[in-house]
Design a protein around this ligand. Structure first.
Ligand code: ADP
Ligand code: ADP
Ligand code: MG
Length: 493
């Protein structure tokens, strides 16, 4: 493979191109009018304008992307995450055009793209599942029957859901019918598929996911777990690897279960099998994501494996270069998603201009980002600015390193989730790894950040006061030196 087109934008496009360059493969960027000046466009060896900013007129134009790829003699297309990455139709068309899709087969994407089809596929593979119903429910009466059996609270979930969207918790039977109606119409409008099902709502679970890699010769390995329990709106904001609560035995069990999930759909490439872990350390299969995950860097840090390089090796038909027993966990990695969001206003997007943008540096710090100072965060896409990753020998060192890195990160012009992440890093429950997916809901109140912000303002005020005093002192001593000098002069004179 000599030339690969990256059908994505922002930090992940840049991340993929970096591996391409290391492998001596030239890169083609596709971009929208909103991204003309973006670093990934500058970085690419060639770049093609797709169209206006809205995704439907640019990043989602699969056929146009394939056309441009053919014109440029592209041999592979990497879809990143989001956009076309889990679109089986796109993968099929790429392959039909004689281009390698750097990802799993359309068959695997189709099965795992539907949470219900996924449950059906793994049914005979001895995978623990959340209690509930494993087919679409249309009649609220049926849903009520299921709910009575498994007990409240329950969760109504969209089969085609993703990105934390399309889920509704129901606490009482009398709310079920109404919530179900809302869930169906939400699923129809967001995913074009109104199928919903019912699951037991697990009270205080941890989100633990397993990274897997499989080649096209029947070899599948897992690259251990990531813990992603710090979530808002059912979507991850802080991730780490390894998880503080898995011992070697549970790690191996979950790893083997993830491998079986991958085998159930004849998977090849990099993929992630997500589980919930309850308070008694029972784990349950949630879903499989058939793409590179946002939080893949923490796995790269603790295993030393470049997941994008492996995706490309697998796509071009190579065998995995390592076996399960060759993989070892080294150290601890922590990732903070830096969003252009205001944590004090329900984490709503706060887009605008990056007036000041200074990245942290130094030992054990990795920043995967897609912006430069002076750029605008476009309103059309996911408001993630960067992923800040730290790596150290153990968890507490990685946390303290994260606090230091957050302090060094200077972003002005918009609100970000950085101060919130600093608050998490300082929280005693987080530090002792006593967390679950309700952490933010249970423990975070915007006023707590006001304190951090006031601390910051007080510190800034103190420093400027201190500087002022120092300057005054310098002026004073200068003038007294002048006086002395003038005295001396006068004496001399
Ligand atoms: P991960 O599991 O890799 O952390 P996320 O759930 O955060 O993935 O989603 C990754 C990216 O894909 C984000 O940009 C998110 O907005 C987008 N995304 C994922 N699924 C969907 C979906 N069904 N609809 C819209 N966007 C989605
Ligand atoms: P998505 O496709 O949106 O990523 P997931 O099924 O992976 O959907 O779930 C996302 C998050 O929603 C989980 O990490 C967890 O926090 C919450 N969640 C999903 N299913 C359940 C459940 N049965 N009980 C409790 N929380 C759940
Ligand atoms: Mg998920």
């Amino acid at each position: 493979m000599k030339k690969v087109l990256v059908a994505n934008r922002g930090e992940i496009a840049l991340r993929v191109m970096r591996s391409l360059r290391e492998m001596g493969i030239s890169s083609v960027a596709v971009y929208s009018e909103a991204d003309r000046l973006a670093p990934f466009v500058q970085y690419a060896d060639e770049a093609i304008l797709l169209g206006p900013p809205p995704s439907a007129q640019s990043y989602l134009l699969g056929e146009k992307i394939i056309e441009e790829a053919l014109k440029l003699g592209v041999e592979g297309i990497h879809p990143g995450y989001g956009f076309l990455s889990e679109n089986a139709d796109f993968a099929t068309k790429v392959e039909a055009a004689g281009i390698t899709f750097i990802g799993p087969s359309p068959h695997s994407i189709t099965i795992m793209g539907s949470k219900l089809a996924a449950k059906a596929a793994v049914a005979s593979y001895d995978i623990p599942m959340v209690p509930g119903i494993d087919r679409a429910v249309e009649d609220p009466k049926e849903a009520i029957e299921v709910a009575n059996k498994i007990g409240y609270p329950i969760l109504i979930k969209a089969s085609a859901g993703g990105g934390g969207k399309g889920m509704r918790v129901v606490e009482r039977a009398e709310d079920l019918e109404e919530q179900m109606k809302l869930a169906v119409s939400e699923a129809e409008s967001s995913f074009g598929d109104g199928s919903v099902f019912v699951e037991k709502y697990i009270g205080a679970p941890r989100h633990i996911e397993i990274q897997i890699l499989a080649d096209q010769h029947g070899n599948t390995v897992h690259l251990f777990e990531r813990e992603c329990s710090i979530q808002r709106r059912h979507q991850k904001v802080i991730e780490e690897a390894p998880s503080a609560v898995l011992d070697d035995k549970l790690r191996a069990e979950m790893g083997q279960a993830a491998i079986r999930v991958a085998e159930s759909c004849k998977y090849h490439g990099a993929g992630t099998v997500e589980f919930l872990l309850d308070e008694n350390k029972n784990f349950f299969f949630l879903e499989m994501n058939t793409r590179l995950q946002v939080e893949h860097p923490v796995t790269e840090m603790i295993t030393g494996v470049d997941l994008v390089r492996e995706q490309i090796n697998v796509a071009r038909g190579e065998k995995l270069a390592f076996r399960q027993e060759d993989l070892k966990i080294k150290g601890h990695a922590m990732e903070v998603r830096v969003y252009a969001e205001d944590p004090c206003n329900n984490f709503l997007p706060d887009i605008g201009k990056l007036e000041r943008y200074v990245r942290p540096q130094g030992p054990g710090v990795r920043v995967d980002d897609g912006f430069e100072e002076g750029m605008d965060i476009p309103i059309y896409y996911d408001p993630m600015i960067a992923k800040l990753v730290t790596f150290a020998d153990d968890r507490i060192l990685a946390i303290d390193r994260m606090k230091r890195a957050i302090q060094e990160y200077k972003i002005t012009g918009i609100e970000t989730t950085l101060a919130f992440a600093a608050w998490v890093m300082d929280h005693p429950l987080f530090r002792s790894a006593d967390i679950d997916t309700n952490f933010i809901k249970k423990h975070f109140k915007p006023e707590m950040l006001q304190n951090e912000k006031e601390d910051e303002i007080r510190l800034a005020a103190f420093l400027s006061q201190h500087l002022l005093e120092k300057k005054t002192a310098m002026v004073d001593s200068a003038s007294s030196a002048n006086k002395r000098r003038s005295n001396w002069k006068s004496r001399k004179a």
